[in-house]
Write a protein that binds this ligand. Structure first.
Ligand code: LMR
Length: 404
């Protein structure tokens, strides 16, 4: 038995964490996985999460009963307001369907599974993904029988957005195609469309009757402002674009291991929303029965209490600002001190957790092999892995690799 099971390669992102942990070199640096670290390279438990945990610990009514199948209601309603806006027409009209999921990955899975079963596919089931995108998107789609296809996104010549290519594919794709869009802080490139570009994207999507599948894993991380980072999603709702949004609290609440997220589907009518909700509930039941409670309770406390919400905003700013400081410092070191060949302005133009350095796979490998600096082969670095203690070492190593 199992003779025919092929050996799978390790995960491209988590294999870096394992290699970094096993490395005994004192100056080793992990720029692989997108997980926030403080200036001492330590995981950061947000002060607001410590407060919320304390509240839960002291709650005499807390039990360990099952949550409803679609999740903790106070969490899902708060999460919907956070991403869609408290004054969203979709919420007011009762047509936002929100289901608690196993973080953003679970939201992507449930959203893709729902589309796989119920979307009106004209041709083969396929979803357009930005080239490049988070590697897991491909696997998540294939698991539910949907073929991933690329749309142009990143332009290596400018280390920026290939807007022409992107719009061109939106225009040439068959009507009613599904496009996965990163709501903010694009992973892996850190390159986002401007608001004017989003408006054009929405226009073509509407004209072609396409469906927008938003993945929003970094709300607050891009600009330090939760509302600002939800702009594209809210604009699409306002324009009546058919859509869903996958939401994660892993990064913006530092709740990586709690696996807390939500899927929001916005149908055009309340009646359609009720039917969609009923089917999501059936799918969820067969897969996880009911979502886990702890992370939902923590986030729900924060979303439904204005003092805790203010604390959370402050914590998000702390993380976003530290990352922006690292961008500025890396740019300064490369351009002013080391005079590293090439233009590095993309380091400060890109936003969110990641920077796409523009180096090639063999240069990335050289950083790992020679300098013990771990990053994905595509040249993506997690800015959160840089700090005041290791940034010079990283800049100098990058400089050497670029000079060959
Ligand atoms: C990443 O891209 O590094 C993160 O989103 C972590 C993950 O799950 O891959």
């Amino acid at each position: 038995i199992w003779q025919d099971v092929p050996l799978a390669p390790p995960d491209s992102i988590f294999k870096l964490t394992a290699a970094y942990k096993a490395d005994t070199f004192p100056q080793k640096v992990n720029l692989g996985v997108g997980a926030y670290r403080d200036d001492d390279n330590k995981p950061w438990v947000l002060p607001v999460i410590k407060k919320a945990t304390e509240i839960l610990l002291n709650d005499p009514n807390l039990d360990h009963e099952y949550l409803p199948i679609t999740g903790l209601p106070e969490f899902t309603s708060g999460a919907a307001k956070l991403i869609l806006g408290a004054d969203s027409p979709a919420i007011a009209e009762g047509r936002a369907v929100s289901v608690q999921t196993i973080s953003g990955t679970g939201a992507n899975h449930l959203g893709a599974l729902f589309l796989s079963k119920f979307y009106h596919w004209d041709a083969p089931k396929q979803i357009y993904l930005s080239n490049p995108t988070w590697a897991n998107h491909h696997a998540i789609l294939r698991n539910v029988g949907i073929q991933p296809v690329d749309y142009p996104y990143y332009d290596p010549a400018t280390i920026g957005l290939d807007f022409k290519g992107f719009i061109g594919t939106l225009q040439s794709a068959a009507p009613r195609s599904v496009f996965l869009l990163h709501a903010c802080a694009h992973n892996p490139t850190g390159v986002d469309p401007t608001r004017d570009q989003w408006k054009e994207i929405a226009e073509v999507i509407t004209a072609k009757n396409h469906y927008a599948f938003f993945d929003c894993a970094y709300q607050g991380f891009a600009s330090g402002d939760l509302n600002n980072d939800a702009w594209a999603v809210r604009y699409f709702v306002e324009k009546g674009v058919p859509m869903l949004v996958c939401q994660s609290f892993a990064k913006n609440a530092g709740l990586y291991g709690e696996r807390i997220g939500a899927l929001h589907i916005v149908p055009p009518t309340k009646d359609a929303a009720d039917r969609v909700r009923s089917q999501l509930s059936v799918l969820q039941r067969s897969e996880i029965s009911n979502p886990p409670a702890h992370g939902a309770r923590l986030v729900s406390l924060i979303l439904n209490d204005s003092a805790l919400f203010d604390d959370w905003n402050r914590d998000i700013k702390t993380m976003a600002e530290r990352i922006i400081t690292m961008r500025n410092e890396l740019y300064r070191l490369l351009t002013e001190e080391l005079k590293t060949p090439g233009s590095w302005v993309h380091i400060i133009n890109q936003i969110g957790m990641f920077s796409f350095t523009g180096i090639n796979p063999s240069q990335s490998q050289a950083l790992i092999d020679t300098f013990h600096i771990y990053l994905t082969a595509n040249g993506r670095i997690s800015m959160a892995g840089l700090n005041t203690h290791n940034i010079r070492y990283f800049a100098e190593s990058l400089d050497k690799v670029v000079r060959g």
